[in-house]
Design a protein around this ligand. Sequence first.
Ligand SMILES: Nc1ncnc2c1ncn2[C@@H]1O[C@H](COP(=O)(O)OP(=O)(O)O)[C@@H](O)[C@H]1O
Ligand SMILES: Cc1ncc(C[n+]2csc(CCOP(=O)(O)OP(=O)(O)O)c2C)c(N)n1
Ligand SMILES: [Mg+2]
Length: 344
Amino acid sequence: MNERQLIEYITTLVGPMDGRLIQGIGDDCAVIAKNDHEVWLLTMDTLIESVHFDCAFHPPEKLGRKAVSVNVSDIGAMGGKPLFVLLSVGMPPGFDESWFKAFAQGLNDACREYGCLLIGGDTVASPQGLNFCLTVIGEAAVDQVVYRSGARPGDVIWVSGPLGLAAAGLELLHRGMIDREDFGPLYEKHLNPRARVELGERLGKTGLAHAMMDLSDGLATDLAHLCKRSGVGARLTSSALPGIAPLDEAARLCHADTLQWMIGGGEDYELLFTAAPESENSLRVIGEQCGLALASVGTIVHGEGVLLLRQLPDGRTEERAVTYGGFDHFRNGEGRGDGGRRAV
Ligand SMILES: Nc1ncnc2c1ncn2[C@@H]1O[C@H](COP(=O)(O)OP(=O)(O)O)[C@@H](O)[C@H]1O
Ligand SMILES: Cc1ncc(C[n+]2csc(CCOP(=O)(O)OP(=O)(O)O)c2C)c(N)n1
Ligand SMILES: [Mg+2]
């Protein structure tokens, strides 16, 4: 079973819906009615040593921040506002106290910056490495919530920022290429990504986004999820995918492929959303107000699956299916985190 099949299996066991549950398994957050006009948003994500982080190059303060960012990102992806955090900590016996204090400081600082509060958790020994699991509770007006299921044929596909940086940063750090100033944004995207919560909330409030999710497993996989839930297909234009200049140089040094990092690397934590073509100008203004350069990367079409269109040097257009070509914890039964190093 791969990650998706495992989640699909567990979904088949779930009993009849509770009347208050608006959205269960299958979106970035569960959505529960709070009252007639507001909802609670609930999400959980885990960081496991050697799968999600490597202590050899991950400073604890940045890891604490990342633990919060990857979680509040899912609240932003529903158009909501994060409020409360629960934290489970698993530490090996004899752990380094100063490491833990720095981690906790980073975590708490990030909570404050995103406007949320640590309200509880659990603390246990872990014989094999560190692990951290957060639950975040957020809120939204009921009509502000943006689901993965709202994409319509003709919609433009948008991303909130450059792609592939985290995968590049991770590869460079793994290879010990750690001291190039121009690669700073790449290292930082892996070590300390920033969640686009403000943008998500604005998109929810304005109603401009028809469907939305965050990019954790790479565009090829996450767009496939969004398409499946919306009953549509997608066409991506390779040349429209936003990057930054140092990516190509990093790819050359790592013998990697920039395009592969962009669509399959994962952990970008940018927002992926779809909107009507007429919304372009309003979206660009909102992006600027949030300090983000939004990029339109393709269109939603009738059908299913994700196609990547690439202009070849001889002028022909290559069409490649990239559906679910991103990160999967259990692809081929591997059960290990090797995202970004696999050909789609
Ligand atoms: N072990 C599990 N039990 C129940 N639901 C799960 C489990 N793992 C994941 N899910 C649900 O499946 C959906 C997809 O999960 P995931 O791919 O981790 O989403 P995300 O990228 O937003 O974190 C989410 O709705 C999540 O809550
Ligand atoms: C040491 C290390 N190896 C590999 C990776 C790459 N990696 C690990 S998990 C992941 C995908 C995102 O994590 P996941 O737990 O699937 O988040 P979710 O989709 O549930 O939000 C990636 C790209 C990493 N971050 N650190
Ligand atoms: Mg998850």
